[in-house]
Design a protein around this ligand. Structure first.
Ligand code: PHE
Length: 450
């Protein structure tokens, strides 16, 4: 059995966890949700969800991971030996595996778009809807780009916690933040961008319905990578002196900033071009944006080239740091449960996940008609994982920390055995026992009923 490593530094731990949180969910899903749910009003509710539910649940995952220093399944088994709570660990690892298998497909698309954009082929004024549909329905190309992306993730994970995850996060996260800065400036300087800003900043309170609030809770969970064992696994590598409440707050702030700044990149750009209709879903970044880049920078082609190249690089970096955490959640389990080397465990995960990934990828083309419960393979994976297993997992984590674990254990883990002060402990404990589980249950029921 290999020795278990910790992250070498506090900043490494924060950047790796922030890397898990910042992903396609921030750059692509968040702006889409904002667009569909009334702009600033949604952002306002989203911020409340992050502070009130997201951060406390993240702290709970952190304390479970750091207390046990084990993969997610063993973590629950150690804290509750012989009890059914371990099912939550199993569900977390399982869902990370499922999500990874389709996450790499979309990430492969971003790799393709980055290559197309660097090669100057996104500027040729093509019909971007055709470009996208022809690409995703091709039987080979998306599988190839997905495999290449999986290769990158595999390479980093096989190198281990410090020289893989930590080292690469320390390079990729600052790069990502830098690129966002450049893109925000570019986007603001486009003529007509103020319309987009107004949309983002002026709350339309009439749009605030129950379903908007519930979408905000759902988005907060997805964006913070909660309930998938990822942050619990990363926390198992945290050092004894890591400040868990502060780390959770830091990671959530970075994640939220990136989401909001992505909105500041996309909406001013999209609103500056009247001829383009805003697509929801994958269409927003793969169809609408290339058209926007093309029209907006018609006369300054080089700027459009830079803008689109940086944008897809941003998407790729965000996807890679998240895929790493999903991969690690499963690899850590395989490696510890079967006592095999990290390299072997990572290979087993990459290969089996890729096989599922091929099915997902083909569901946009030749397997498009293979349906179960009216959904193709991709939709089925997405639905079962994010709409069913995740919310239930979130509720279980709250009940586990709030009702099952000894309050003294929780408090001592969050204060490093009393060495740190955590003034908001009572508030945290109240939220984790009552507010968070009820709020998540409401989201879940709403999704099931609608
Ligand atoms: N939080 C990631 C995102 O915003 C998605 C993710 C979920 C990644 C869970 C890892 C684990 O895209």
């Amino acid at each position: 059995m290999e020795t278990r490593h910790n992250f070498g530094s506090k900043i490494g731990a924060v950047l790796a966890s922030a890397g898990s949180a910042v992903g396609l969910g921030n750059v692509w899903r968040f702006p889409t949700e904002v667009g569909n749910n009334g702009g600033a009003a949604f952002i306002f509710i989203y911020l409340i969800c992050i502070a009130l539910i997201g951060i406390p649940v993240m702290m709970s995952e952190f304390l479970i991971g750091r207390h046990t220093h084990a993969n997610t399944i063993s973590a629950f088994a150690k804290l509750a030996p012989g009890k059914w709570w371990r099912i939550e660990g199993v569900a977390g690892v399982f869902v990370a595996f499922l999500i990874l298998s389709y996450y790499i497909v979309i990430s492969g698309w971003t790799l393709f778009y980055l290559i197309e954009s660097v090669a100057g082929r996104l500027q040729a004024g093509r019909n971007y809807s055709d470009v996208f549909n022809n690409f995703v329905s091709d039987p080979w190309l998306p599988v190839l780009t997905g495999t290449a992306f999986m290769g990158l993730t595999h390479f980093i994970i096989s190198r281990g916690v410090q020289s893989g995850i930590e080292r690469f996060s320390k390079v990729m996260m600052p790069m990502l933040l830098f690129i966002i800065g450049i893109l925000v400036i570019c986007s603001f300087s486009m003529p007509g961008s103020s319309e987009g800003l107004r949309f983002l900043l002026k709350p339309d309170l009439s749009k605030l319905t129950a379903s908007v609030i519930l979408s905000a809770v759902g988005q907060a969970f997805y964006s913070l990578s909660l309930a998938m064992g990822c942050l619990c696994t990363y926390a198992s590598y945290f050092r004894a002196d890591a400040n868990l409440p502060k780390t959770a707050a830091g990671v959530s702030i970075i994640d939220t900033l990136v989401a909001i700044l992505s909105g500041f990149i996309i909406f001013p750009a999209v609103f500056s071009v009247e001829e383009v209709s805003v697509d929801a879903g994958p269409g927003l970044v793969f169809i609408t944006l290339p058209s926007v880049f093309n029209i907006a920078f018609e006369h300054v082609a080089w700027l459009g080239y830079i803008f689109s190249g940086f944008f897809y690089l941003l998407l790729l970096l965000a996807a890679l740091t998240s895929a790493m955490s999903l991969h690690e959640s499963v690899t850590a389990y395989v490696l510890e449960a079967f006592s095999i080397s990290r390299r072997k465990a990572a290979t087993a995960v990459s290969v089996s996940c890729m096989l599922l990934g091929v099915l997902c990828s083909l569901s946009f083309g030749i397997l498009g008609d293979v349906k179960l419960f009216g959904m193709n393979v991709f939709e089925l994976f997405d639905y079962t994982s994010s709409k069913i297993i995740l919310p239930i997992g979130g509720i279980i984590i709250c009940l586990f920390t709030g009702w099952y674990l000894d309050r003294r254990l929780v408090e001592s883990e969050l204060t490093n055995n009393g060495r740190l002060r955590f003034r908001l402990f009572r508030l945290y404990y109240f939220i984790i026992r009552y507010v968070a589980p009820l709020a998540i249950a409401a989201v879940f029921l709403q999704e099931i009923v609608s």
